[in-house]
Design a protein around this ligand. Structure first.
Ligand code: ATP
Ligand code: MG
Length: 279
């Protein structure tokens, strides 16, 4: 006999602020399964009224996320208001900035490998995410190397597509070919964004190209410039390969995983013995 499941979602007073296109609330979801109540914290994303014209894209992002599942991909429970699992430690860029350089390199490498793992999953499903960035990586578990636990990240929804919004704000995360011709949008775009995100992770959550105005950001792409290379040459090489201006030259997700696995924290430590545990 099928069990009777009732679902209820309640909106709490607690507003968590705004995203680029959204208003964010914390809520809780109650499932009643055979008389037993189960509460789960959820995050509610509502499209901000001034972006009503982006509704279709918001809906697409929500429905994409609710159709696929992977351990490093955020769960989405509902789509009219996007109801998602609440991820305790929030966005990775904010987390890294808050920690101010006290995060071990091995921790960062762990996070990068988890992102590569979900990138590979998306590539196998032939799904383009389109908005991979440190702010869209949510931290579900902090991890503490002194007691042997690793961090655990979840990739959030892509939000509004660059096809329907001003893409300039998304430089240098958006692949340059997408700005020129949105129809060239493909698997390779996510590789570029992965490179930018890797740069953010290893630069303590610092915003790349901070302080540049939109016109200068555009020039950055027009001149085929690159973000400042990290000192760790093996890492710099991987970022550079992902951020190739020619999409055909970017590595496959398998290639990325292989290269990440060959990065050895001790190489980094040799560079800067004083900073052995931290980057
Ligand atoms: P984009 O539209 O490019 O994704 P954004 O990431 O700033 O922009 P939102 O995805 O709406 O906008 O998220 C806003 C903020 O809310 C995030 O930066 C993060 O701090 C927080 N947040 C988002 N989703 C969750 C979640 N599931 N759990 C906990 N916090 C979240
Ligand atoms: Mg987001």
């Amino acid at each position: 006999k099928a069990s009777h499941v009732q679902k209820k979602c309640s909106l709490q007073e607690e507003s968590l602020g705004r995203g680029s296109f959204t208003r964010i609330f914390k809520g809780s979801k109650t499932d009643i399964r055979e008389g037993e109540r189960q509460n789960t914290d959820v995050l509610l994303k509502v499209l901000d009224g001034s972006y009503k014209n982006c509704w279709e894209s918001f809906f697409e992002a929500a429905s994409l996320m609710s159709q696929i599942s992977h351990k490093h991909l955020l769960l989405v429970y509902g789509i009219n208001i996007m109801v998602q699992e609440f991820v305790k430690y929030g966005a990775l860029d904010l987390f890294l900035r808050k920690k101010q350089g006290s995060v071990p390199v091995s921790w960062k490498l762990d996070v990068a490998k988890q992102l590569a793992c979900v990138l590979n999953f998306l590539e196998e499903k032939k799904i383009v995410h389109g908005n991979i960035s440190a702010k869209n990586l949510l931290l579900a578990r902090e991890g503490d190397s002194s007691i042997g636990t690793s961090p655990f990240i979840k990739l959030s929804d892509p939000g509004i597509s660059v096809a329907v919004t001003v893409a300039l704000d998304r430089i240098p995360w958006v692949a340059p070919e997408v700005l020129e011709a949105p129809e060239t949008w493909g698997m390779e775009c996510d590789k570029w964004s992965f490179g930018t995100t890797l740069w953010e992770i290893f630069n303590g959550g610092k915003a790349p190209l901070q302080g540049l105005d939109p016109q200068q950001k555009l020039m950055f792409y027009e001149n085929h410039e690159q973000l400042p290379s990290p000192k760790w040459t093996e890492l710099a090489d991987l970022i550079g390969r992902c951020m190739e201006y020619d999409p055909a030259l970017r590595p496959s997700s398998r290639g990325i995983i292989r290269q990440l696995n060959s990065l050895i924290t001790s190489d980094y430590e040799l560079l800067d013995p004083g900073l052995s545990a931290h980057a």
